[in-house]
Design a protein around this ligand. Structure first.
Ligand code: SIN
Length: 327
């Protein structure tokens, strides 16, 4: 208990106005667009917990999920200006800031999840992340939403079934081109608007990770799910360069380590959840199918065009290195 009996009035007044919590030296906002209940949403919360605890309260990270602070593109711009400090934009959308990032989004570039991690956690991933520094972004890790699958209101069992279909895409030149080369009619729509676009018929199909299909309730407005796993939805974990440079080395280490631990936590959750979700969508009445080997080969052949046309954009050398490492 405070012994205030003989203390001067000014000290008593100061003690009474003091806040019980010590203010953090660094107040960080972590903004993203997905639901807090997705694996990435949970990983973002885990990152905040780890940093808040391990920095001894010197950094305070507050997470703003579900596009509360704007779309992915708006969040990246805010990170560049340091009004938001952390984000996990999809690499596809980051392609509008650094074209090479979208190499990760090429269809069928990764034959397996192991290949993904070998490429993204190794020197190639490091090189891609390092390139972001010139855009005022520090790339610390590559997180995941998972492999993407197709939802639609008619069966898609072959690439020819996409002919003329209006497919919602992210705002990504590469993904738009992918659907053009598959014969579809790509329509870029912001993530938060996709449900309405599908419901109103502005778009008839879309591609996404299973956790996004679930939490954004796309299954309510789509009758078919084709488990195509045709491309990988990756997030670049980025910190504002200005915020990063302001941190002492010991706190940079805390942040870097937490970004990796939270990434691994999110990946484990995704792997477990994807299996359960595919079963649940089926049980809930969606028509769920997988591509036959022949159909998959057809998709792969139809994807050569976008690999070739984007090679000079993302760097032919980088692309060849990925082909080699992911074999
Ligand atoms: C995200 O997962 O951050 C958004 C994906 C999308 O726009 O489809």
């Amino acid at each position: 208990m405070l012994r205030t009996k003989n203390a001067p009035a000014c000290i008593i007044a100061a003690l009474m106005t003091m806040s019980p919590a010590v203010a953090a030296e660094f107040d960080w906002k972590f903004a993203h667009v997905v639901s807090p209940s997705t694996p990435s949403g949970k990983a973002a919360d885990r990152f905040a917990e780890l940093v808040n605890k391990r920095s001894g309260g010197r950094i305070s990270v507050k997470v703003f999920p579900s596009a509360q602070l704007g779309s992915d593109t708006q969040i990246v711009e805010q990170i560049q200006f340091n009004s938001v400090q952390v984000g996990i934009p999809p690499t596809a959308k980051l392609g509008n800031f650094d074209q090479r990032m979208q190499v990760i989004d090429l269809p069928f570039i990764f034959p397996t999840r192991e290949a993904v991690y070998k490429v993204l956690d190794g020197p190639i991933g490091q090189k891609l992340l390092a390139g972001l520094e010139s855009k005022a972004l520090m790339g610390l890790a590559i997180w995941e939403s998972g492999f993407k699958h197709l939802t639609s209101n008619r069966p898609i069992s072959d690439v020819s079934d996409l002919k003329g279909i209006k497919v919602r895409t992210m705002d990504s030149p590469l993904i738009i081109e992918q659907y053009r080369s598959w014969g579809a009619n790509p329509i870029p729509v912001a993530f938060a608007e996709v449900y309405n676009a599908l419901q109103s018929g502005v778009a008839e199909a879309q591609e996404n990770s299973l956790s996004n299909i679930d939490t954004m309730k796309f299954f309510e407005v789509q009758t078919h799910l084709t488990l195509s796993g045709h491309a990988y939805l990756a997030y670049a974990f980025v910190v504002s360069k200005q915020a990063w440079d302001a941190l002492p080395k010991d706190l940079q280490m805390v942040v870097q380590k937490a970004a990796i631990e939270a990434r691994d936590y999110g990946r484990d959750l995704t792997i477990k959840l994807d299996e359960a979700l595919a079963k649940r969508f089926k049980a809930d009445g969606m028509n769920v199918s997988t591509l036959t080997e022949k159909a998959r080969d057809g998709f792969i052949s139809a994807s050569r065009e976008v690999h070739d046309s984007f090679a000079p954009v993302v760097s032919r050398e980088l692309l060849d290195q990925i082909y080699e490492v992911s074999q």
